[in-house]
Design a binder for this molecule. Structure first.
Ligand SMILES: *Cc1c(COP(=O)(O)O)cnc(C)c1O
Length: 401
């Protein structure tokens, strides 16, 4: 997307607002499927929690993907967006057996990551095939908060518990149609990924009725010019070859599945906000924008470094700024960042704002959640209205005192 398109959106729809470039979602999808083109049955299940607007889901459905969901609400959003239940996988963690059974009744694929839940679900529903989430205990991922495969992680069934897992399956007579892992976000080392995949293959060979192997996700995308990323093409070459060999050993053409969230939508997103004020202190020049961690929490929560561009004054002299929000609490988006001279009223664009941005937004300080715009075929389409005071008050109950 060009700066001029983004500026036009800021003008027409006001700020703060999220913008998603559909063509970038498509090119990432094609990059992934092309990297695995030698695999006969490939399935991409988009991780809804990254960005769950139903219009985005509909677009992703049109590309040919399925979805990965982590709550019954995400399942409902998926069904509402037109996904067939068979194209939805549900990967809950710490969710009640009642919710899991409700989702199973909808015809959605269930992925179980807990032996106690497996035993209960299997005894009640031996006819519903399920997928098993394994924890291969491989340390991967960009930081502790997003790494989920290590020994102390709450996710998955440990590979060391395979004997007990097999016993439960035998006792309940449940059919296992898939084996799954998801070791964390921001994986850079392909060898680590391949190592975890080998553990998954070894586990998979113990199950006779498999239809798919799901390698989860965790692909790293670049956050600023010069930042590194997962080499998808190389991973595609290595893992496809190994997967095809495994299918020969297994004696069946299994489906290779992935569940990317960030990889598909992160770079497609831009977050636009306006500069309310410039404030110079003894040490710092602050640019204060009409937003905060209520709308965009990744820099504060994960320390993520998002590129910031002054799209209304892009080619001026660069100066150093601390970009902060309007929340009454520390809400620093970036410290000492080189940005083209910022004036009050300028529009700033935060890059990589597609994944885990809007979906993590809140109403802190009683501010409205931003609007969302989809840029599709050179048109800007509003896919979520900015909230109003009615939304803030909607579920509040006023008492008479
Ligand atoms: C969050 C999640 C994903 C997506 O991870 P990304 O890093 O956004 O690609 C995939 N699978 C499961 C089970 C998840 O919880």
């Amino acid at each position: 997307m060009k700066n001029s398109d983004l500026l036009k959106i800021a003008k027409n729809f006001e700020t703060p607002t999220y913008v998603y470039d559909a063509s970038k979602i498509q090119s990432q999808y094609l990059r992934l499927t092309n990297s695995f083109k030698t695999v006969k049955n490939l399935r991409i299940n988009y991780a809804v929690k990254a960005l769950s607007n139903i219009s985005v889901l509909k677009y992703i459905k049109k590309l040919g993907a399925g979805i990965d969901t982590v709550s019954i609400q995400e399942v409902i959003l998926g069904l509402k967006s037109g996904f067939n239940p068979e194209k939805i996988i549900y990967t809950p963690n710490g969710v009640s057996i009642q919710e899991i059974e409700k989702v199973a009744e909808m015809g959605v694929n269930i992925n179980i990551d807990n032996l106690s839940i497996l035993e209960q679900f299997g005894s009640q529903n031996p006819d519903i095939p399920i997928c098993i989430r394994i924890n291969p205990h491989v340390m991967a991922g960009g930081n502790n908060k997003i790494s989920v495969g290590h020994i102390d992680s709450k996710f998955g069934i440990s590979i060391h518990q395979i004997p007990l897992l097999l016993r439960i399956i035998q006792n309940t007579n449940i059919k296992v149609n898939g084996i799954h892992m998801h070791t964390g976000s921001d994986i850079l080392d392909i060898e680590v990924f391949i190592h975890a995949a080998e553990i998954l293959f070894e586990t998979a060979s113990k199950f006779k009725d498999l239809e798919f192997i799901d390698f989860g996700s965790g692909f790293k995308v670049p956050y600023f010019p010069g930042d590194n990323e997962t080499n998808i093409e190389e991973l595609g070459k290595k893992l496809s070859k190994r997967f095809n060999e495994f299918c020969l050993e297994y004696g069946k053409d299994l489906t290779l599945a992935f569940e990317p969230g960030k990889f598909l939508v992160s770079e497609a997103g831009s977050f636009l906000c306006s500069v309310n004020s410039i404030k110079q202190t003894t040490s710092t020049v602050f640019a204060q924008v009409d937003s905060g961690f209520n709308h965009f929490v990744r820099p504060m929560m994960y320390g993520s470094n998002h590129d910031i561009i002054n799209i209304s004054n892009p080619n001026d002299k660069e100066r150093f700024y601390s970009v902060v929000g309007y929340i009454c609490e520390t809400d620093t988006f970036a410290n000492n960042k080189r940005i083209s001279t910022i004036r009050e009223g300028d529009v700033l664009c935060f890059k990589n704002a597609g994944a885990y941005c809007f979906t993590m937004a809140s109403n802190y300080n009683s501010r409205y959640k931003p609007s969302e715009i989809l840029f599709l075929n050179n048109k800007s389409i509003e896919i979520r209205k900015r909230e109003t005071i009615e939304d803030i008050l909607k579920n509040q109950i006023e008492i008479n005192i």
